[in-house]
Ligand binder design. Sequence first.
Ligand SMILES: [Zn+2]
Length: 64
Amino acid sequence: MTAPLLTLAQILNRLTLTARWTLRDHQPRPDGRCPLCQVPDCAVASAARDLLTALKQTRWIGER
Ligand SMILES: [Zn+2]
């Protein structure tokens, strides 16, 4: 037996969680710079935001 495959819902759920954690870690400081990347308009945060937006539009995930 190979490792159990995740269902699509599980994958989407994990993606959502990861994106949320990423977004929290890369939340811009009041001066607009990312505390981790030390740059304004952190690309990681933008990608996480885009991902969350896309995931919300799938409606495959519960309301958590
Ligand atoms: Zn960042």
